[in-house]
Design a protein around this ligand. Structure first.
Ligand code: 5RP
Length: 266
């Protein structure tokens, strides 16, 4: 692995803890202005100081994020679908040369294992691994779970392993029962998406269980930016991921920070 690839990976997975808190705000590429992301720049701005990376699309990066930011960028480079169409029918939406120009730390695309378009998305991953590798840019494979798929260790284990076999440097998946088996069978680091918004305590518990079971961190979106207090939430998630804070203590921290932020209007 060349120096550039190692350097970019170290900007995603922090060397001091071997963990990462990635903030995901890429949802609009197929969902449009989803709740909490109506104005992505305003949503991201207070969260960036607490995020290890920001995952988003080219359009939002260029139009909403200050280029002076020192937050490493993970660029969503797949798309071409919408919530109104067939979500599995994704292709690549960003040339690797533009990812280089945008000085990203990584590129991400979704695979739809088990869908009728799995081959298209898996070959798209293989192609992106070649392109990213030629420029020293790591690839994050996102295991999208179709409505017809069971979000269990068997399915997620299959999808994560296939992504790793095809050369992904990091795999983003979902937490599930028997998650340790998913981690054990995947030879590259795994981060978990937070999934649909749940109570903050539950989201913190999922993050804690995931890193306890071997994930290197989270790539969380809705459970942060749709929280009643997003800044307090990402700070609590950081304590869980980087310092193994238990969910109970992290939830207490969330409530304390939320109260302080409410009092000061921050
Ligand atoms: C959307 C994505 C998101 O990046 C991923 O799901 C993480 O966001 P969340 O924590 O809200 O699930 O891939 O397609």
């Amino acid at each position: 692995m060349d120096w550039g690839m190692k350097n970019r990976l170290s900007r995603i997975i922090k060397p001091d803890t071997g963990r990462t808190v990635m903030l995901a705000i890429d949802h609009g590429y197929f969902l449009g202005p989803t709740s909490g992301l109506e104005e992505p720049g305003k949503t991201a701005e207070p969260l960036l100081p607490h995020a290890d990376t920001l995952m988003l699309t080219r359009g939002v990066l260029r139009s909403c994020i200050c280029p002076e930011t020192d937050a490493p960028i993970v660029l969503r480079v797949s798309g071409g679908t919408s919530i109104l169409g067939n979500l599995a029918d994704e292709g690549r939406t960003v040339a690797i040369e533009d990812a280089v120009r945008l000085n990203v730390a990584g590129v991400a695309l979704s695979i739809f294992v088990g869908s009728e378009l799995e081959k298209q998305t898996l070959l798209g991953l293989a192609e992106l691994v070649d392109l990213g590798g030629s420029r020293g840019i790591p690839v994050i494979a996102v295991t999208a779970v179709g409505k017809e798929m069971a979000r269990d260790a068997r399915y997620l284990g299959l999808a994560c392993r296939i992504a790793a076999e095809l050369g992904a440097n990091i795999v983003k998946t979902y937490y599930c029962e028997d998650f340790k088996k998913v981690v054990r069978n995947c030879p590259v680091p795994i981060v978990i998406a937070g999934g649909k918004k749940v109570e903050e305590k539950e989201a913190l518990d999922i993050a804690y269980r995931a890193v306890s079971d071997g994930a290197v961190g989270v790539d969380m979106g809705r459970n942060i930016f749709q929280s009643t207090h997003p800044v307090a939430m990402i700070q609590a998630v950081r304590e869980v991921v980087h310092n193994n804070m238990t969910p109970d203590k992290a939830f207490d921290l969330f409530n304390t920070l939320a109260g302080e932020q409410a009092a000061t209007g921050t």
